[in-house]
Ligand binder design. Structure first.
Ligand code: UD1
Ligand code: UDP
Length: 370
């Protein structure tokens, strides 16, 4: 091939960066590609820490994050700012990731510029437009205008087929497993600064979803208080997302409680080490639902629905929702019932073999060769 294939990878939040940086690096190794990294910086600090870890320096940084930003303004900023770059650079392919505002509005912008689109982590669905909000609709938008869809599992391919799209889907696994294995094998982190007590069982908590703001998140915090009162042998570690909607709810309920550690968001390497050290993980995060089964850690999902049902089917993940009693009872069972704990921690990882980036690279090469 004489002319290089000009590819842009666009991302903006922490999870997109974790899942796209390994792909940036993989594509850059192949000389037939000219690779550009565009960050919207929908997140700022939480994005930068991932870029630094993977040693990725963006070619374009739109620097869009505003404190307590809203969907309308962020969406229009992404459309207008990416337009300038897309119209000038004329990429052969624009890759976006997952279900964020960055993904949906960069993809729309690429579509308006009549550029081919590749969707990494395509085909995830709950089929409920309000859960997760607005991510479910973002995924539908991106898949409906993509030329290439890199699906983590067979189920995600089937979801797209069921929507009437007939071609462009490939099963690749999720690049999060590539990222996780790279970090676990190459970047072990020291957690001394957290001050974990080795005599206690660590329960790791994260929660940041929009649909959990307000009462659901309060219910989660009350469950934590009850569990701490009932079990003197556990500690809870909550690296809090920087979104003020999370902090303003969590801090007044959980600050200054013995054995509850409210900490700043962790860089990805220490976070992986913390997942490995944890006994149970309690989360509404998407990415953590994929990583924890690969580390053999039971996960209880603080949501009513999930677009990642595979690990539930394999037994490593349970949906608990946000009802205080249900959370308390489910965790208590896992703490008390050794067999149930063993069963959940021995489940398999359905999200990939750690070579998703290589599969995606090969599919792109084949696509442009034809
Ligand atoms: C976004 C994604 C969500 C994803 C999450 C990952 C959308 C609609 N939502 O939600 O799908 O699960 O990221 O974390 O795209 N903030 C900082 N510094 C940071 C990051 C965030 O201060 O590095 C604060 C800012 O006040 C910002 C706010 O958090 O305005 C919200 O960020 P935003 O990206 O709009 O929403 P998330 O809840 O992070
Ligand atoms: N993560 C991290 N530090 C933290 C919390 C999470 O590095 O303090 C990582 C986690 O391992 C996963 C990703 O961030 O890879 C998930 O991001 P988040 O939960 O913000 O978003 P989601 O996956 O729900 O979109």
């Amino acid at each position: 091939m004489d002319k290089k294939i000009k590819i842009a990878l666009v991302f903006g939040t922490r999870p997109e960066a974790i899942k796209m940086c390994p792909l940036v690096k993989k594509l850059k190794e192949n000389e037939i590609f000219q690779v550009f990294t565009i960050v919207t910086a929908q997140h700022r600090q939480m994005l930068d820490s991932v870029l630094e870890l993977f040693d990725v320096v963006p070619d374009f940084d739109l620097n869009l994050m505003k404190p307590n930003q809203n969907l309308w303004e962020l969406s229009s900023d992404i459309l207008l700012k990416t337009k300038e770059i897309f119209e000038e650079q004329k990429f052969d392919l624009i890759l976006v990731h997952g279900d964020t505002t960055t993904a949906s509005f960069s993809a729309l912008s690429a579509f308006y510029s009549r550029t081919k689109i590749g969707h990494v982590e395509a085909g995830l669905r709950t089929f409920d437009k309000n859960y997760p909000f607005p991510e479910e609709i973002n995924r539908v938008i991106v898949d409906s205008i993509s030329d290439l869809m890199f699906c983590p599992t067979e189920k995600s391919i089937q979801n797209i087929k069921n929507s009437g799209i007939k071609k462009g889907m490939y099963k690749t696994g999720n690049t999060v497993i590539d990222a996780l294995l790279y970090v676990v094998n190459n970047k072990p982190a020291n957690l001394d600064f957290i001050g974990l007590n080795n005599n206690l069982k660590t329960i790791l908590l994260t929660s940041h979803r929009r649909e959990n703001f307000g009462e659901p998140l309060r219910n989660i915090c009350f469950a934590i208080k009850k569990l701490i009162e009932k079990n003197k042998d556990i500690e809870i570690v909550y690296p809090m997302h920087l979104n003020p909607n999370v902090r303003n709810t969590v801090i007044p309920i959980l600050e200054n409680i013995e054995r509850v550690k409210l900490i700043e968001p962790l860089d990805y390497a220490p976070f992986c080490t913390l997942m490995q050290k944890s006994h149970i993980i309690l989360t509404d995060s998407g990415g953590i639902q994929e990583e924890a089964p690969a580390l053999g850690k039971p996960v209880l999902v603080l949501r009513e629905e999930t677009e990642r049902p595979e690990a539930i089917e394999y037994g490593g993940v349970k949906l608990v929702g946000t009802n205080t009693e249900k959370i308390v009872n489910t965790i208590q069972e896992l703490l008390d019932n050794k067999n149930e704990y063993e069963r959940m921690s021995k489940s398999v990882n359905p999200y990939g073999d750690g070579h998703a980036c290589e599969y995606i690279e090969n599919i792109i090469v084949e696509y442009f060769r034809c």
